[in-house]
Design a protein around this ligand. Structure first.
Ligand SMILES: Cc1cc2nc3c(=O)[nH]c(=O)nc-3n(C[C@H](O)[C@H](O)[C@H](O)COP(=O)(O)OP(=O)(O)OC[C@H]3O[C@@H](n4cnc5c(N)ncnc54)[C@H](O)[C@@H]3O)c2cc1C
Length: 561
């Protein structure tokens, strides 16, 4: 009863400070979806991550009011609480919308209703509030003539643009590095002080616009302190959008054997170096990863990986090569034509099969499939396969053109779903659908032998824990590659959950010894991997104590204490 009284007191204080555009959710059942992550943290650690309540902000003043209240009551043992902000809360595989630690009474601050958007079409600079999703930005740009690309990710249409940039996520459109494309930030430090750049403060013009055009500002660069941290809340972000070019072609290069990987990597480097700005980032995927897109999981109800024979049968059946290279070219018609030929020439050094989206075989295939009656398509297994592969090729092309879709999301359903064919028309949401997923996302040295050794490493570790070694390399630049391995598991099977967590831990700890360092961590790794005594994290703690003296913002988020 005492507890209930205290809770009510806090809730009435919150209700007192937020506007009537905001919503306070205190009902356990209504709060529960915010705790539904893909990571299986609660069952693994045998303690429930919990939140006290959720505030859905109606405007930016609600953010200021809640932060102020959290600071005011921070010395009151009964009332004190921490605030954990989310933009769309779809940080699947890294924590979803769950708070980083379970120690404090947490009020989750949901910013998904903040939907303002301003766009300077001439310069391609868009200013967004945290609630704007990939789909909403896409719809907005299409209405204006569809001249710019959305910085899309595989996470799909319902994810926030701001949330992804704060995590320093990346995609496969021209501006791959999403925080790299952020030119200005406005926000609020956890101590309640507003943040805008020094350049913005110096500007005495009415528009105060130039801040949005220049990422680095004047003086110490502070915008970056809002990313992968717990120092403040971003209320507005300006992003440089990539303009749609007159011509666009995507390509897919198939390598028959594993032995060709080592020879292919320098060729990818060369393409990225020589055609910077024309070729976006390049993805390199192994056969098992490709099967996750095109095949049904043959062991769907079992906690086991595909056997070599199963892989062989499926890859033969679906004509999936050992490695697949995927990328895109954009520019004027002539530039695209010349670059396409150059890429073909560069790859002539090794046996391969290259397919470009403007090849007659693709346009013919699309035409034939679109003209065939459903009945015929459904009766022929071969035609169904062609339809699925062409469909995925077209969807992947859309993503590279900055059009959000859900094609990559199917991956999260590999362990507990009937397979790639059963997604038609479904709105996928891995958190809500109780998919089990964690990410291993290390940076690897962009050198052929190092990348081949890394492949061996992942292929050795994952099967020990019954986890499929699905490997993707995203070649962000000619000198920088990040790999993503989705650790997919059945969230309802405690053994599978344990194996998944142990697998990730083994990959991370053993990988660090070999120089494979994650570019991004999940909320559990943030607690055990970072050494609070190191020079770096001591400095972070000094900054934290100034910007958040009462430790009210997302305690523990990229901040060991
Ligand atoms: C199949 C699949 C494919 C994926 N592909 C990609 C991919 O290609 N690239 C990629 O980067 N990720 C990918 N992801 C991972 C993840 O889902 C995305 O990065 C997603 O965009 C992050 O969630 P969000 O945008 O909803 O951010 P949120 O969950 O809202 O925010 C992320 C974190 O940032 C902090 N935060 C959010 N908003 C604010 C704010 N306003 N102020 C201060 N802090 C804030 C919060 O602590 C939060 O935990 C993928 C996931 C899946 C399942």
């Amino acid at each position: 009863m005492n507890l209930l009284l205290n809770m009510n007191k806090l809730h009435s204080q919150i209700l007192h400070v937020i506007s009537n555009q905001a919503t306070l959710i205190t009902n356990r059942e209504k709060c529960a979806p915010y705790l539904q992550g893909t990571e299986g943290f609660s069952s693994f650690n045998d303690k429930k991550r919990c939140i006290d309540s959720v505030v859905i902000a109606g405007n930016t003043d609600d953010i200021t009011a809640l932060i102020k209240l959290a600071n005011v009551v921070s010395n009151n043992e009964e009332l004190k609480f921490s605030v954990h902000p989310i933009s769309s809360g779809r940080n699947w595989g890294y924590g979803t919308s769950q708070p980083p630690t379970t120690k404090n009474k947490t009020v989750l601050l949901d910013l998904s209703a903040l939907k303002q958007i301003e766009f300077d079409e001439e310069l391609g600079l868009v200013t967004l509030q945290p609630g704007i999703t990939q789909q909403e930005l896409s719809d907005y740009l299409i209405k204006l003539g569809d001249n710019y690309m959305v910085p899309v990710t595989g996470a799909g249409p319902d994810c926030s643009i701001v949330g992804n940039a704060i995590e320093r996520g990346y995609g496969i459109t021209q501006y791959t590095d999403h925080f790299g494309a952020v030119t200005a930030i406005k926000g609020l430090w956890a101590n309640g002080i507003q943040y805008q750049s020094a350049l913005f403060e110096l500007d005495q013009s009415k528009e105060k616009f130039v801040d949005k055009t220049y990422k680095w500002g004047v003086g110490p660069y502070l915008d970056g302190l809002f990313t992968q941290s717990n120092f403040g809340i971003v209320t507005e972000m300006t992003i440089r959008l990539s303009a749609r070019k007159p011509a666009f072609v995507s390509f897919l290069i198939k390598l028959k054997s594993d032995e060709l990987l080592e020879a292919a990597i320098p060729l990818i480097q060369r393409v990225l170096r020589d055609y910077e700005g024309i070729v976006g980032s390049i993805n390199l995927m192994d056969k098992r990863r490709m099967l996750s897109m095109f095949a049904d999981n043959p062991n769907v109800n079992d906690h086991q990986i595909m056997s070599d024979i199963q892989v062989q049968t499926q890859t033969k059946n679906l004509k999936i090569p050992s490695w697949t290279i995927v990328g895109s070219i954009s520019g004027s018609k002539n530039i695209v034509k010349v670059t396409k030929n150059e890429i073909k020439n560069i790859f002539k050094q090794i046996p391969n099969q290259a397919i470009f989206s403007d090849d007659p075989v693709i346009s013919m295939g699309n035409k034939v499939i679109s003209l065939l009656p459903e009945g015929i398509l459904n009766r022929s297994a071969m035609l169904k396969k062609v339809k699925l592969q062409l469909g995925s090729f077209n969807k992947a092309k859309e993503v590279m053109q900055g059009k959000p879709n859900r094609v990559a999301l199917k991956l999260a359903y590999w362990r507990h779903h009937k397979g790639a064919n059963s997604f038609e028309g479904k709105v996928l949401s891995p958190g809500k659908d109780k998919c089990g997923l964690l990410w291993y996302a290390p940076l690897v040295m962009m050198k052929a032998n190092a990348m081949c050794e890394y492949v061996e490493f992942v292929r050795k570790i994952c099967p020990l824990f019954n986890i499929e070694p699905f490997i993707t390399f995203t070649n962000l630049r000619h000198d920088c590659v990040d790999s993503t391995v989705p650790i997919l598991f059945d969230l309802s099977n405690p053994i599978a959950v344990k194996d998944a967590h142990n697998c990730l831990k083994e990959l991370v700890t053993e990988g660090l010894k070999l120089g494979y360092v994650p570019y991004r961590l999940n909320i559990d790794q943030q607690q055990w991997l970072l050494d609070k005594e190191s020079d770096f994290w001591q400095t972070v703690n000094q900054i934290k104590s100034k910007l958040d003296p009462n430790n009210i913002l997302s305690p523990g988020r990229y901040n060991p204490r």
